[in-house]
Design a protein around this ligand. Structure first.
Ligand SMILES: *[C@@H]1O[C@H](CO)[C@@H](O)[C@H](O)[C@H]1NC(C)=O
Ligand SMILES: *[C@@H]1O[C@H](CO)[C@@H](O)[C@H](O)[C@H]1NC(C)=O
Ligand SMILES: *[C@@H]1O[C@H](CO)[C@@H](O)[C@H](O)[C@H]1NC(C)=O
Ligand SMILES: *[C@@H]1O[C@H](CO)[C@@H](O)[C@H](O)[C@H]1NC(C)=O
Length: 407
């Protein structure tokens, strides 16, 4: 039998590799899932070459903080060929973060490129001799008149909630504790961050680099633009001015009579050339008055707004687009067009029950949560990954989308 197979298998396998490049590219264009492309590339050198050509971005991977990746929508875990990239402590966009004593080390597992960043203790204050102001109120030292970087700069809980590599010369980060954060920036590989010492720390929720400018948004839904200049001496980037471009019209959580309370999260994401704000209401059940208990998140609901810069306002949208899908996460959000793929359609928002450290106001309904999808047309939520779920222990809180850098 084996002898009979021999003459067939040889010409067959060579016929795969003689598949013309444009045909293999056609096949690759139909594969939205990263794991499928990786398998395709592993077949032979010719196909590996084809997989290196510019292709539309694949669906993101789902990275769990314990080092497990899933190539959405497969429920089998995915391993990067060669090194497994275990031990990362967070992800931002296409970067895995490995902490080091003197800062951190970022690795892009797709391209294998790396970047080093300074430690949060290495900060250049502006002005350099700035000092924190405190008021004594009873027994306590209270920040006066509001919290600045100098009041939180030595906290052990300080962490990066958002990190964007905007350009080869600019890294911007939201750094803080709980609901209080500040904007820090540096050049990749630099020895220190730069921060404005007397700016008020805010409840920044998200940050986006859109059309060459850096934007931040807080729970007040005001869209702020960060004007960046270069330090005259060192050339390092620094915040020169922060201006409001859109005034928000937010709502804030109130407890309704039936013990239901909406909490909210706000995301910024670029989609089809526009900057979107996604407002996520997380409906929570509050314990009855007098009853001891936890606030439990029950259901998420989404509203999408487009930045109208000309009229300085948010414009509500009823759709994100028939072929458009949003992937939302605290660490990184991105929109993708799925028109080139044979998928079930768009107008969907994939989201994670992720939560920043020290920010948790409620716990999620299930002991294990996973990622879900919100259908803009029906307003219904479905489980996007029934077979993947993770226990909500502390370090597992931050699952994140890992996006292949486009281009
Ligand atoms: C924090 O700020 C104070 C100034 O108020 C400064 O003396 C101290 O060195 C700073 N600490 C760090 C870790 O940057
Ligand atoms: C930043 O501010 C300066 C001074 O106000 C202004 O001249 C410059 O155009 C601004 N840059 C951007 C990118 O907005
Ligand atoms: C959590 O796990 C249980 C049991 O394994 C399962 O029945 C349930 O559907 C899971 N919940 C979620 C949200 O994944
Ligand atoms: C990581 O967590 C997931 C979900 O809880 C689990 O299925 C997986 O086995 C874990 N991986 C490791 C390496 O612990």
């Amino acid at each position: 039998m084996a002898a009979e197979k021999e003459p067939h298998s040889q010409p067959l396998s060579s016929s795969w590799s003689v598949l013309p490049l444009d045909l293999s590219l056609l096949v690759l264009h139909l594969l939205p899932v990263y794991a499928d492309r990786a398998r395709f590339a592993a077949v032979c050198p010719q196909w590996r070459l084809a997989a290196k050509q510019p292709l539309p971005p694949p669906l993101p991977l789902l990275a769990l903080p314990n080092g497990t990746f899933y190539s959405h929508p497969y429920s089998k875990s995915f391993r990067f060929p060669g090194c497994g990239f275990a031990g990362y402590k967070g992800t931002y966009g296409n970067w895995l973060v490995f902490p080091r004593d003197d800062g951190c080390f970022l690795v892009d597992p797709f391209s294998r490129s790396t970047v080093t960043l300074p430690a949060l203790s290495q900060v250049r204050l502006r002005p350099p001799n700035a000092v924190a102001k405190w008021t004594d109120e009873g027994m306590h030292k209270v920040a006066d008149p509001y919290v600045t970087w100098l009041h939180i700069n030595e906290s052990e809980e300080l962490h990066i909630t958002k990190l964007i590599l905007c350009s080869p010369n600019l890294v911007a980060a939201l750094v803080g504790i709980g609901h209080t954060s500040q904007i820090l920036m540096c050049q990749p590989g630099a020895l220190s961050w730069s921060v404005r010492a007397y700016d008020k720390c805010k409840d920044f929720e998200d940050m986006a680099f859109y059309q060459g400018k850096l934007y931040v948004i807080g729970t007040d839904e005001n869209l702020l633009v960060v004007n960046i200049s270069d330090d005259h001496n060192t050339g390092d980037p620094q915040v020169s001015k922060i201006g409001r471009v859109i005034q928000g019209d937010p709502w804030y959580p109130v407890v309704y009579q039936d013990s239901i309370m909406p909490c909210k999260k706000v995301y910024l994401v670029e989609s089809r050339g526009a900057l979107l704000m996604v407002r996520r209401a997380i409906w929570c059940r509050v314990p009855e008055p007098g009853v001891h208990g936890e606030i439990v998140a029950v259901q998420s609901e989404f509203e999408v707004f487009k930045a109208d810069f000309e009229h300085s306002r948010w414009v509500k949208m009823s759709t994100v687009g028939d072929d458009e899908v949003l992937f939302l996460g605290r660490r990184c959000s991105r929109a993708m067009s799925v028109s080139q793929y044979v998928l079930s359609g768009g107008d969907l928002i994939f989201f994670l029950d992720d939560e920043e450290q020290n920010r948790v106001e409620y716990r999620f309904n299930e002991e294990n949560t996973s990622c879900c999808v919100y259908d803009m047309r029906s307003g219904k939520v479905f489980s996007a990954q029934e077979r993947i779920s993770w226990k909500r222990c502390d370090e597992m809180r931050l699952a994140a989308w890992l996006f292949l850098q486009d281009g």
